[in-house]
Ligand binder design. Sequence first.
Ligand code: XMP
Length: 327
Amino acid sequence: MTTGNVRPADMERITTPELAEKFIAEQVADLRAQIGDKKVLLALSGGVDSSVVAALLIKAVGQQLVSVHVNHGLLRKGEAEQVVEVFRNQLNANLIYVDATDRFLDKLAGVSDPERKRKIIGAEFINVFAEEAGKLNGISFLAQGTIYPDIIESDGVKSHHNVGGLPEGLQFELVEPIKLLFKDEVRVVGKALGLPDGMVFRQPFPGPGLGVRCLGAITRDRLEALRESDAILREEFAKNGLQGKVWQYFTVVPDFKSTGVKDGKRSWDWPVIIRAVNTRDAMTATVENIPFELLQHITNRIVTEVSGVNRVLYDLTPKPTGTIEWE
Ligand code: XMP
């Protein structure tokens, strides 16, 4: 059983389906031994880490796993639907889906400070999750998608996502089956578990989601413009072979407008900013050199298909001096 938090020096890197199968078989046996006939709770975001943990636990203990997917209203287009489709419909998981969009957006209304926005999203996430956990009986374990970089890196970017800090009475023993794995290994394991490529090779997505890309105080109409423009960008990147090649790419909608012309009339609309970067460890990043024709095509699609948008900009700034996200 993986008890310690230190990866043994002789632990083989999981690079092939065969090694992934071996890892899965060992983990399934360990999880069964640890959990017995008790119940496990998991906050399932739909990201690769929590999805792999869910799939491992479904294999090991089936219906004894209770997964909770909290939709904070700041997910990308189609994400919540994919979680329900894969886990409830295909893997027959015991999944509780909570649409908490209104709660989050009401709490965030009028809040423009990025750190306050993050804190509100993190705290509300714990509130919603704790409420759902409180409704359940007989939970003994809490599963988490902690991976090795979360343990060895001290900056803890994932803290917003994890459900540490649950109130008293909701403290469970932790189950962390992938805590000694690196991201590339998690993906190999996810593939071997049969998860769809869209989930396994998903680009990193911050815990506060689109909340940090809808700049300033979040409004529903700008959030919609952000979600739609991001979906177009992802679709075009996938079509043009950039998915899985570019490390992280997304759109940003700032909280200012500019003049434009649409249908022969003057418009007063938002710009959309495209960001596409490559990095090894997210500490520094370079900008992807996207073919100009593709940028023009994406621009054309965004300004014609997304309402409230009249301009598209491409962010040419590496990190440093820019961070990857805009907030
Ligand atoms: P920055 O913007 O600091 O981002 O260059 C580096 C990486 O971290 C992600 N990121 C976050 N992830 N919660 C997260 O879970 C956050 O609050 C957060 N802020 C940034 C960002 O998407 C990038 O991959």
